[in-house]
Design a binder for this molecule. Structure first.
Ligand code: ZN
Length: 289
């Protein structure tokens, strides 16, 4: 039985360096099944998915991390989300049928926004320009620019699997330059084929058999959208009464399909009027103008 749909953390105990490994199979199939994506778009979205699982597992928080790449090219949006308990979802927008090479070629000029939305407290964001050909290099640049801990990631995806490797120096325990360079050079020799097929321990042995590595228990990663009637209602109400009224001139029902999981939500005019009046009551200030 292959080890997949899980995250594993590991530690180079003597070097002040930690790592994470992720491989997804059925959660990846579920996450993309509601979208028609070319092989090339699947590769980019899968890499974003690996990245968000690895990055979200590297910080302590309760809530969701959203990685959103936004560009002016034909493929204009990639969204990948992971929660602290490893629930994932992902979405591509634009020409999702395009076949092309690099990230920059497909997405054009743009930026990558990494948002952390804690369940308690304010969200926070980091932003980096989409200037590299590979998403992994965009993320490395993000860590360099924001002067956070030294970090490198390797991201791979195809139609069946997603895999990623993350190496970071430990906080408050700066690694020696020579150790950091050796570990990242070894990690850099990993191939797409190996990452998409080897289990974590096999991969660690293949890369670091001369190093002392402590590996922790696997953590399951699952596809779960997290959309709800309440969230869809909020989005609907935010369109405003005028816009909603004009939609009802043309049809009797507003159908909203969740782009991530395909779930269908329907609202008739009475539903929408109830939502709008409920909103007026809960936001009394809005009635004062
Ligand atoms: Zn959904």
């Amino acid at each position: 039985m292959k080890e997949q749909d899980c995250l594993r953390r590991f530690l180079f105990e003597e070097l002040g360096v930690r790592g994470e490994w992720v491989r997804l199979q059925s959660s990846w199939q579920e996450a993309k099944q509601y979208q028609q994506l070319s092989v090339c778009v699947q590769e980019k979205l899968g890499q974003a998915m690996a990245a968000v699982v690895l990055l979200s597992a590297s910080i302590k928080f309760e809530g969701a991390m959203i990685l959103q790449a936004q560009g002016q090219g034909q493929l204009n949006t990639l969204i990948a989300q992971a929660t602290h308990d490893r629930k994932i979802r992902a979405l591509a927008r634009g020409d999702t049928q395009m076949e092309a090479g690099s990230l920059t070629k497909m997405m054009g000029a743009g930026r990558l926004v990494i948002t952390v939305k804690p369940e308690q407290g304010e969200p926070y964001q980091g932003i980096v320009a989409l200037e590299e050909d590979k998403l992994a290099d965009v993320i490395t640049k993000y860590f360099t620019q924001s002067e956070q801990l030294k970090t490198r990631v390797w991201l791979f995806a195809n139609e069946t699997h997603v895999a990623g490797l993350f190496i970071q120096e430990l906080p408050a325990q700066e690694s020696y330059k020579v150790d950091w360079e050796r570990i990242t050079a070894l990690a850099g020799t990993v191939t797409k084929e190996e990452m998409l097929t080897l289990d974590c321990n096999e991969m660690l042995f293949r890369l670091f058999n001369e190093e002392k590595v402590r590996v922790f228990e696997p953590e399951a990663v699952t596809f779960e959208c997290g959309c709800s009637p309440k969230k869809i209602e909020t989005a609907l109400v935010s369109l405003g009464k005028k816009e909603l009224d004009s939609i009802f001139l043309e049809r009797d029902i507003i159908d909203v399909d969740c782009e991530f999981c395909g779930k269908k939500y329907s609202f008739d005019q009475v539903d929408v009027e109830n939502l709008l009046s409920a909103q007026t009551i809960s936001n009394p200030l809005k009635t004062k103008h």
